[in-house]
Design a protein around this ligand. Structure first.
Ligand SMILES: NC(=O)C1=CN([C@@H]2O[C@H](COP(=O)(O)OP(=O)(O)OC[C@H]3O[C@@H](n4cnc5c(N)ncnc54)[C@H](O)[C@@H]3O)[C@@H](O)[C@H]2O)[C@@H](O)CC1
Ligand SMILES: [K+]
Length: 503
């Protein structure tokens, strides 16, 4: 699903009105009734006090329509107009009059702290104060109102966006914003819903298709895309019945050191479970028995050194090399890595200590084969490209870095971001249980397994990250977040593939 900017959404809005021959008031009615239906579906006519805080722009207009529709359905609704200016939007005014025709319980105006209403923890609060039109921080009593609403402990549903959250920048630490339990957003999600600094304000997210012009939505260019099942499924390559293991490539996993052979084992297993035709490992001698015993499906070649990698003389022609897990950073290993980079032409996947070696020896960057993949977590990224001021600057820096070196970069996090060819793909699968030892090693193996089956680096990264997340979700459902271990993610790869095609 494409992620658009506020300006693009405004454009979509205007175009839709023109092409569909409707008024903006009708579009607002359509959008708001989708919200009303969602609320009605969940509340099931429960006798709950619903308090709707409406701004005076179109987000507030949405709030007024929702109020009218809920009242018509018999709900107990109280509307508060957050009167921060006299500049009311046209659709606000129209819907204000319509609301007054529906109920005798007219909206109350909030003009300063003295007007703040009582909010009970059992109330259902709807935040329709600001949406994508917010262009400066909430100041004075509006900021205090937002803090007051948050402190009420009532359930907060944000319309389109939590008020105070900008669509194109990160708020300052002192800024006030609604911390929603649930956000119902119109047409497309907003980028800030997925950034580590702002995602917590959104709560659970649902995007409502308000029927904006299809042609515009599909032809309008954006650098950001959210990856759900639909997008992942389009990347999947089915297997031909007339095929053999040679059709699915050969992944070579290189890494490990004394005490860290498990990481190579996890990656190797993951590459096999993802469908690589053949998987080999190159490890220090101490890992030989471990690998051969735990995973008879893999071939094992060893370094001359017992405990670390010193000379990676693999003499193979693998489809992809996955390097770095558990490798350590011994100077001899760095030297061996450099030689490996110099003699490898196909894209490589570099993870963990491989990334740290590059960070500490930046000259290695120039030897990286084109379209190679780096899979850092935020700390590893920071060591690689330096610090950033906020998430937007981070995205910009990673874009610059990946484009100047012709790389694909997988930035791991609760929403993993894949950067490649100037685009950013935001993964929407996975769960907090996956923050566990070895989860990254499994991801590397999955991506390598896909590359070996002739997926491009970028497609392998996007699909691999998605499948990894889905597998984790399947485990968490059966085992809880706490009990999830990374080996489980490997074991459930089969179910993850099946889930791609289950409705
Ligand atoms: N596709 C769309 O774009 C649709 C938009 N709709 C609603 O319209 C919203 C956007 O409406 P608006 O553009 O009127 O904007 P908002 O209602 O978000 O904000 C209202 C106005 O407040 C002013 N303002 C911004 N920051 C302020 C601050 N800190 N203090 C005081 N005033 C401030 C701005 O001039 C802004 O235009 C969306 O979020 C959505 O809820 C829906 O009605 C359906 C269709
Ligand atoms: K809002």
């Amino acid at each position: 699903m494409k992620i658009f900017s506020a300006a693009q959404l405004k454009k979509a809005d205007e175009l839709t009105i023109k092409i569909q021959g409707i008024t903006s008031t009708q579009l607002m009615e359509r959008a708001a009734s989708l919200v009303t239906n969602e609320i009605d579906k969940r509340l099931q006519n429960a006798d709950i006090a619903i308090k709707i805080f409406c701004g005076i722009g179109n987000n507030g207009g949405d709030g007024l329509v929702i109020a009218r529709q809920l009242i018509e359905k018999g709900y107990r609704v109280k509307v508060f107009v957050v009167n921060y200016s006299d500049n009311r939007s046209q659709d606000f005014l129209i819907n204000y009059d319509r609301l007054k025709e529906t109920t005798n319980d007219w909206p109350e105006y909030i003009k300063d702290e003295g007007d703040f209403p009582e909010i009970d923890p059992n109330d259902f609060v709807i935040d329709a104060i600001f949406g994508i039109g917010l262009n400066r921080p909430l100041e004075g009593w509006i900021g205090e109102l937002v803090t007051y609403i948050n402190q009420s402990k009532a359930f907060i549903l944000a319309i389109d966006m939590p008020s105070g959250l900008f669509s194109d920048r990160v708020p300052a630490e002192k800024d006030c914003l609604i911390s929603a339990n649930f956000t119902l957003s119109f047409q497309t999600p907003k980028l800030v819903f997925f950034l580590p600094q702002t995602m917590d304000y959104v709560g659970d997210l649902q995007v409502l298709d308000i029927g904006l012009d299809r042609d515009f939505l599909s032809s309008e260019k954006t650098n950001y895309e959210l990856i759900n099942k639909h997008e992942a499924r389009t990347l999947y390559k089915p297997r031909k019945s007339n095929s053999h293991k040679g059709n699915y490539g050969h992944a070579l996993v290189i890494g490990g050191s004394y005490g860290k052979i498990g990481s190579v084992l996890l990656s190797t297993k993951a590459a096999l479970r993802t469908g690589a035709g053949l998987v080999s490992t190159f490890i220090p001698k101490c890992g030989y028995n471990i690998l051969q015993t735990a995973l008879p499906e893999a071939m094992v070649i060893t370094d001359k050194n017992e405990e670390k990698l010193t000379n990676i003389d693999h003499r193979m022609d693998p489809s992809v090399i996955c390097f770095g897990m558990g490798a350590g950073k011994d100077p001899k290993t760095v030297e061996a890595f450099k030689e490996l980079l110099q003699k490898t032409e196909k894209p490589m996947l570099i993870d963990a200590d491989g990334l740290n070696m590059i960070s500490e020896n930046q000259e290695l960057l120039e030897f990286l084969p084109k379209k190679s993949l780096l899979t850092p977590h935020p700390k590893e990224l920071q060591r690689l490209i330096g610090d950033w001021n906020d998430d937007f600057e981070k995205i910009e820096k990673v874009q610059e870095f990946t484009q100047s070196h012709d790389l694909v970069l997988v930035l791991k996090g609760s929403h993993t971001f894949v950067f490649g060819e100037g685009h950013v793909y935001i993964n929407n699968s996975g769960n907090p249980g996956m923050a566990t030892a070895g989860s990254g090693d499994v991801l590397s193996g999955i991506i390598a397994g896909l590359i070996s089956q002739q997926y491009s680096s970028l497609a392998a990264a996007i699909l691999g990250v998605y499948l990894h997340g889905i597998s984790g979700d399947i485990v968490a459902e059966n085992r809880s977040y706490q009990a999830l271990i990374s080996g489980d993610i490997v074991e459930n790869m089969g179910a993850a593939f099946q889930a791609l095609f289950a409705d």
